[in-house]
Design a protein around this ligand. Structure first.
Ligand code: ZN
Length: 244
């Protein structure tokens, strides 16, 4: 483990780390497959995210540490190859006990990133389902955090960008090609919702990247490779996705 995480890890007691490990091993397949060293780093990054993020829920709904660990783990999974440990703008997460709607709009949501309140909203049953089924290319939490990364990347200054400009430009180029294929119904890999716009395409691609990496790489190698460079990891290498 690198020195930075060894040092940060020393601030968390063993009981906290053990609890985190127990929840992760039972709920997060990506974590379960990691090497022991990577597991330790992952635990610490999960705890850092958890403790620096403002979690809330509605009255009468018991928001447990287990729920917070599971939600946090999606962020750590996406950013495991990056130097980013927390969200700066969207560091408030609201966990709803069920699907929800907004005033004047009957549509039910399972999750959204609200640009006005700067909150990430997630319905707990949908979060749980996303982790229970880890190979259907659908994970709500990964999807919504994908939006957060795009928004934070766009608003950060050059030196605090989430992604390297060069890699992000390359991803956009590949994504635009894929977008056309979706429009022409020549798409095998991503679900059709990716055809909404490039922001949705990114999040849908992220879900597929983590849950069906081999299938993704076989059918869309250029887009897949652009994502490994952007996120500095390859989920096909389960023990060590971040090996150089
Ligand atoms: Zn979305």
């Amino acid at each position: 483990m690198n020195l930075k995480y060894q040092l940060i890890g020393s601030f968390f007691n063993q009981r906290t780390k053990n609890e985190c490990h127990k929840v992760l091993i039972a709920n997060n397949t990506y974590y379960k497959n990691l090497s022991e060293v990577n597991k330790k780093t992952f635990q610490i990054r999960t705890l850092v995210f958890l403790w620096t993020t403002n979690f809330s829920s509605e009255r009468g709904f018991l928001l447990t540490n287990k729920m917070k660990i599971i939600v946090s783990s999606a962020f750590v999974q996406i950013t495991f190859g990056l130097k980013m440990n927390t969200l700066k703008k969207f560091n408030a997460i609201f966990i709803a006990p069920r699907s929800y709607s907004y005033k004047n709009n009957k549509a039910l949501f399972n999750g959204d990133v609200n640009l006005y309140t700067k909150k990430v909203n997630l319905s707990w049953p949908a979060v749980a389902h996303g982790f229970e089924v880890s190979d259907d290319a659908m994970n709500l939490t990964i999807h919504e955090f994908g939006h957060c990364l795009i928004f934070e990347n766009a608003s950060n200054t050059y030196f605090s960008k989430v992604f390297e400009d060069k890699e992000f430009e390359n991803w956009k180029k590949q994504a635009a090609i894929k977008f056309q294929k979706i429009k022409l119904k020549q798409n095998k890999v991503l679900r059709s919702y990716a055809g909404t716009n490039l922001i949705e395409l990114f999040s849908v691609a992220l879900e597929t990247f983590f849950e069906q990496p081999d299938f993704f790489e076989q059918h869309e190698p250029a887009l897949y490779n652009s994502m490994t460079k952007l996120l500095k990891q390859d989920p096909r290498h389960k023990l060590n996705p971040i090996e150089k």
